[in-house]
Design a protein around this ligand. Sequence first.
Ligand code: SF4
Length: 73
Amino acid sequence: MPACQCLKTCPFFNNMMTGMEDTAEKTKDKYCRGDFEKCARYMVFKALGKENVPSDLFPVQVYRVEDILKYRT
Ligand code: SF4
């Protein structure tokens, strides 16, 4: 499976989880290097573009995506 196309610039992948390295690596394996289409950040990125992905949105927070899309469209 290909990795997420956002890997190089995604704040989550690059520095959002500082101090939580174990959890970060597990999440990166699950989403960023795996099932990225299920990542909340990726969903918002695809729908609204990189500039509209909230900085505090974590990959597991899919429950927030619907509200983000409603609010920003
Ligand atoms: S899967 Fe999600 S968290 Fe990982 S790089 Fe892509 S957009 Fe960022």
